[in-house]
Design a protein around this ligand. Structure first.
Ligand SMILES: Cc1cc2nc3c(=O)[nH]c(=O)nc-3n(C[C@H](O)[C@H](O)[C@H](O)COP(=O)(O)O)c2cc1C
Length: 167
């Protein structure tokens, strides 16, 4: 039986973590996190994705170098590259999986940060680097690791963003 309060606490406490301690994430936990990604909703249930897990330090450093706002990848324990086939709703599908992964990581006490993939000029370079087949889209790069610090960026209040029945 799911403890709903605990689930909501996990969702609400997630923040982008960009500083990590040097501690490896066990493989079974990485697999569980990806498992949560693959169970996200997709348009027409196409599940157009493939998740490439990067754990080698040299590859993480290379990714850090290629990205503009992902330099902290060099200190991550691992990262997950979310690729999708070029379907009509690939972006929505890949984003749904990305958020599931971030929430699952948070539930395991692991910090993560979504790094832009889609729309970035480096997306095709990263796809080539990991030998992805032609035509697939890099939706996101998710850096993960045990948090060294958890930021607290400002959030709009619920009252500011909720409207009932009309704008
Ligand atoms: C589509 C998308 C792209 C993002 N790209 C980056 C990025 O390249 N580098 C980065 O440090 N954070 C990136 N972020 C994380 C946001 O900066 C972060 O979610 C936002 O500042 C709110 O903070 P929070 O996640 O802690 O709530 C991205 C988030 C999204 C949804």
């Amino acid at each position: 039986m799911v403890n709903n309060n605990e689930l909501l606490r996990v969702i609400k406490s997630r923040r982008s973590v960009r500083n990590f301690i040097q501690k490896e994430i066990p493989e079974n936990i990485v697999k569980d996190i990806v498992d949560c990604g693959r169970l996200a909703p997709t348009a027409r249930n196409l599940q157009p994705w493939t998740f490439v897990v990067i754990r080698k330090k040299e590859t993480l450093a290379e990714l850090a170098d290629i990205t503009d706002y992902g330099k902290f990848l060099a200190d991550a324990s691992c990262c997950i590259l979310v690729f999708c086939q070029d379907t009509k709703y690939y972006l929505e599908d890949g984003c749904a999986a990305t958020e599931n992964i971030l929430i699952a990581a948070q539930a395991h006490g692991i910090g993560g940060c979504w790094i832009a993939g889609d729309k970035k000029p480096y997306a095709s370079r990263i796809a080539k680097m990991v030998k992805a087949p032609d035509g697939v889209k890099l939706v996101s790069i998710i850096a993960m690791g045990y948090p060294a610090e958890i930021p607290n960026p400002p959030k709009k209040s619920l009252e500011d963003v909720i409207k009932w029945e009309h704008w």
